[in-house]
Design a protein around this ligand. Structure first.
Ligand code: FES
Ligand SMILES: [Fe+2]
Length: 389
């Protein structure tokens, strides 16, 4: 492979320009499937959660018949966001501004002074905008379009039949984690799929594998990481994994084989990490050209129960966690014993360098276990923006 094939494709502007991010919001994030939670997060009719999806805010709820539904969180009167956070609805969604009301299937029911103020209004045309929803192995994925250009089955593609290692019914959830990091979302993504750094930056945490002991494979638009050294290392941020380390191990059959998928990067914003006894899903959300929010939820095998079982965990999943920022840490990220904080430290250091006119990417390490995945990722970003690599 020549170095022409393994080279930085995105210009510096892609990592710092508000205009570039706006184009990505339109072309990538407002047209993307992303992880929204578990089906079991919403147990009873009326349970709801508000979730970001690109620039959109979406409502995921369980309707009176027990079906999950997804809508845009936008009142059809003058656009007020209808709901916040999570909670339980009665039979209706009522806008706080002028009290237009909708049923849990999204239909507009009525409004104050309907006859006097809105005579002849076609209420049937003013139901909530639907979003698309797909359930997969207990997980819920949302897409802002009611009829996405790429159906979920096509987006998830070949991964649908692959080894997704855990059954949530047998797992307990760790407290969720919420990070805000001062870097462009692509720097974070590129770091996730960079197999070259694992043995070096994470020498004292993950401790490997070495660059040639891991492989990234392409599955459609997604990337799947395998260690040829086998599974077994913790894949969770230390904040969650510490509790796990206290108890005995339940290995999943076949998990030690070299083909265990340790990380699945679902383009553009969902990352699944798995070990023989843990499972985590992270989603990223760009807040600005140099600011990214990352939410991580992690689960462990129930035999190694963390925090009192599933009901306690589901309560934790409902609560909005405190935001973790590097500048608030009381120790250096490299002394945190947490590979996630080590990663964020590097991402922010690169972002600061990008502000300098002396910044450039000198070279990228060839090979599917090294930095070639960065090029595959950048190619997709350029494709989505209508530019050629
Ligand atoms: S904006 Fe919702 S009722 Fe007016
Ligand atoms: Fe890393």
């Amino acid at each position: 492979m020549s170095d022409l094939q393994t080279r930085q494709l995105l210009p510096v502007e892609a990592y710092r320009s508000p205009d570039w991010l706006e184009r990505e919001r339109q072309a990538i994030f407002s047209r993307a499937w992303s992880f929204a939670g578990l089906e079991s997060d919403l147990e009873a009719p009326g349970d709801y959660r508000v979730l970001p999806a690109g620039q959109a805010s979406l409502i995921l709820l369980r309707d009176q018949d027990g079906a999950l539904r997804a809508f845009h969180n936008i009142c059809r009167h003058r656009g007020t966001e209808l709901l916040e956070g999570c909670g339980k609805l009665g039979r209706t969604i009522v806008c706080p501004y002028h009290k237009w009301s909708y049923d849990l299937e999204g239909a507009l029911l009525g409004m104050p002074e309907q006859r006097a103020c809105f005579a002849g209004l076609d209420k049937a045309a003013l139901g909530l905008h639907r979003a698309a929803l797909a359930c997969f192995k207990g997980m819920v994925f949302l897409h802002p379009d009611a009829e996405p250009a790429v159906a979920f089955e096509d987006w998830i593609g070949a991964l649908q039949g692959s080894l997704w290692p855990h059954d949530f019914a047998e797992m307990s959830e760790a407290p969720p984690l919420l990070y805000e990091t001062r870097c462009n979302w692509k720097i974070f993504f590129e770091n996730v799929v960079d197999g070259y750094h694992l043995a070096f930056l994470h020498e004292n945490t993950l401790g490997g594998p070495k660059p040639l002991e891991n492989v990234w494979e392409r599955h459609g638009r997604h990337l799947v990481w395998y260690s040829t050294e086998g599974g077994g290392k913790s894949c969770l941020p230390a904040a969650a994994a510490e509790a796990l380390a206290q108890s005995g191990t339940t290995r999943i059959k076949g998990a030690e084989s070299g083909s265990y998928p340790g990380v699945i990067a679902l383009y553009p914003s969902t990352f699944i990490t798995a070990s023989p006894y843990e499972f985590a899903v992270s989603t990223l959300q760009p807040l600005g050209p140099a600011l990214t929010r990352i939410r991580t939820r992690g689960w462990g095998r129930r035999e190694r129960s963390w925090f009192g079982g599933s009901s306690a965990a589901s309560a934790q999943a409902q609560a909005e966690p405190e935001v973790i920022r590097l500048e608030d840490l009381d120790k250096h990220p490299m002394e945190s014993a947490d590979f996630m904080l080590e990663d964020l430290w590097i991402c922010e250091k690169i972002q600061r360098s990008i502000a300098s006119r002396f910044f450039s990417v000198g070279a990228l390490a060839e090979g599917p276990g090294c930095e070639s995945p960065l090029v595959w990722f950048q190619t997709q970003v350029l494709q989505d923006l209508g530019e050629t690599a």
